[in-house]
Write a protein that binds this ligand. Structure first.
Ligand SMILES: NCC(=O)N[C@@H](Cc1c[nH]cn1)C(=O)O
Ligand SMILES: [Zn+2]
Ligand SMILES: [Zn+2]
Length: 487
């Protein structure tokens, strides 16, 4: 149950919810899509808007240039990274929050019922690109910090922020910057990320693992120009036919990756882990309904969760150069680029997988006797992440969840990738925790992305409560270490 102080904060948050939603609406209106080159300016604009919001709260903000000498794969300059801090009391613990303010591409024509960049409330849900991934959670954290200030309450923790604008593009340039700015993290005690979803539409969760990702580009080219399929169809080796054959050779109908050796280093499933999966409350029907898909590759909870969280998967994302508009264009594209990625897991090694994939594609291609040119590259990759759920930070979060939602969280992993998680854990050696506030049906990356008003507002309360729990925890840990020293 909540304390008097918590109730005071909760009341403030409830009273100001419409203002919090208005700010989210202003943020969603910025088309900060980090994937499409023509939107890169908007990403920078979004990063600056976030910096202004942090400054207005009294934070010191540094905008760090993301290796401007290293433009991304599309030869575009990268938006700056925010490193900010608020409070420097040596008696208090320092919590660093990571979030991203870039989004996945979205167009009304993709099948959105509402304008993706106009946050629209329907039946208690706030629809819009970035509502849950990740503008809503970033703002919820800022709102929580702001609530203490507005009520003139002493902030229980010192705050640091690391906010980026290139996460959806694989966090380009981030690792170098973290390495170069290790001093920023030297007084950080805890790192919290809120960039994933609960496993259920209603039950809160705490996340202790994510998969990594290796993104591949497979280019097949026959010449410099597209050709008329009437004039040349039937006499040439078509790049698209080669590419489709290559892509079709990657996975079988049961979802198994066909690249030799790819499963060799996957950590074996332990009895302890099996028990963890068995104990999880998981509504298979609800999960299926959220996707709109009728049948999954697996039927049991244990199989589904383990194939989402601890086994690799391969997905085909698209083909650049292929005609995808309505109607039929009777051309033979001269150059096509297939994009697929492998969500990799402990203890797969990125460079080994890369080698295995390239060798396999070259073997398949050579059997086709095609004169076309094949080029395989890996534009981005990120490591999987696993944390220790016995870390005190998780204890603080469990208590905060119980206070706000009246129930214990489900302890989960996530099949997606948050590249910074393992980077921060490796480089800073600090505790890293993922604390999602979005529900399983939030539709990240899809045409119905939303966060509910309830989750956004309760999430804000959760973060405020977490600050108080971390402060208590820190007090206890310090007391314990003083006693040990005295003894
Ligand atoms: N909300 C996290 C997220 O969606 N992350 C992306 C990051 C990524 C991985 N490979 C390219 N981008 C994800 O797709 O998991
Ligand atoms: Zn995200
Ligand atoms: Zn995302």
């Amino acid at each position: 149950s909540s304390s008097g102080l918590e109730n005071q904060i909760f009341q403030y948050i409830d009273l100001h919810q419409n203002e919090f939603i208005q700010t989210l609406k202003e943020w969603v209106a910025v088309e900060s899509d980090s994937i499409q080159p023509e939107r890169r300016q908007n990403v920078t604009q979004m990063v600056e808007l976030t910096a202004d919001r942090l400054r207005a709260m009294g934070a010191t903000v540094e905008l760090v240039k993301l290796c401007s000498h290293k433009p991304d794969v599309q030869s575009l300059l990268l938006p700056p990274l925010i490193l900010a801090e608020l409070g420097k009391d040596p008696q208090k613990p320092t919590v660093c929050f990571y979030g991203h303010v870039d989004v996945q591409p979205a167009k009304k024509e993709d099948g959105w019922k509402t304008d993706p960049y106009n946050l629209t409330e329907i039946d208690g849900n706030l629809y819009g690109r970035g509502a849950t991934d990740n503008k809503g959670p970033v703002l919820a954290w800022i709102n929580a910090v702001e609530s203490f200030r507005a009520l003139k309450l002493d902030t229980p923790v010192n705050h640091k922020f690391i906010i980026e604008g290139m996460e959806e593009a694989g966090s380009l340039g981030l690792e170098e910057i973290i390495k170069e700015n290790q001093r920023f993290f030297s007084d950080v005690d805890y790192i919290v990320i809120s960039d994933n979803l609960w496993l259920s539409n209603r039950k809160p969760a705490l996340t202790y693992g994510t998969r990594g990702n290796i993104c591949f580009s497979v280019e097949v080219q026959c010449g410099e120009r597209d050709l008329h399929s009437g004039s040349f169809g039937g006499i040439i080796h078509e790049p698209m036919t080669d590419l489709i054959a290559l892509l079709d050779s990657l996975v079988d109908t049961s979802g198994r990756i066909l690249i030799p050796g790819v499963y060799d280093d996957v950590a074996s499933l332990t009895e302890e882990e099996k028990k963890l999966y068995e104990a999880i409350e998981f509504d298979l029907e609800e999960y299926k309904n959220n996707t709109g898909v009728k049948k999954f590759l697996y039927d049991t909870k244990e199989e589904i969760l383990s194939h989402l969280w601890r086994y690799p998967s391969l997905s085909i994302h698209g083909i650049e150069g292929a005609f995808h508009e309505p109607g039929i264009k009777t051309a033979i594209p001269a150059k096509v680029i297939g994009k697929f990625s492998i969500r990799q897991v402990p203890h797969m090694d990125i460079s080994i997988v890369k080698r295995q994939v390239i060798k396999y594609l070259e073997d398949v291609f050579s059997k086709r006797n095609s004169p076309n040119k094949l080029k395989v590259s890996v534009p981005i990759s990120a490591m999987p992440w696993v944390a220790d759920i016995n870390d005190p930070l998780y204890t603080a979060a469990r208590t905060a969840i119980k206070t706000v939602f009246g129930q214990d969280p489900e302890m989960i992993r996530d099949g997606a990738t948050i590249p910074i998680a393992q980077m921060l854990q490796n480089i800073t050696r600090k505790s890293v925790m993922m604390l999602p506030i979005g529900a399983a049906d939030d539709g990240e990356h899809s045409q119905k992305e939303k966060i509910s008003r309830y989750n956004y507002i309760q999430g804000t309360k959760l973060f405020a409560t977490l600050f108080l729990e971390i402060a208590k925890l820190h007090g206890q840990l310090q007391e314990a270490s003083n006693t040990t020293t005295a003894n």
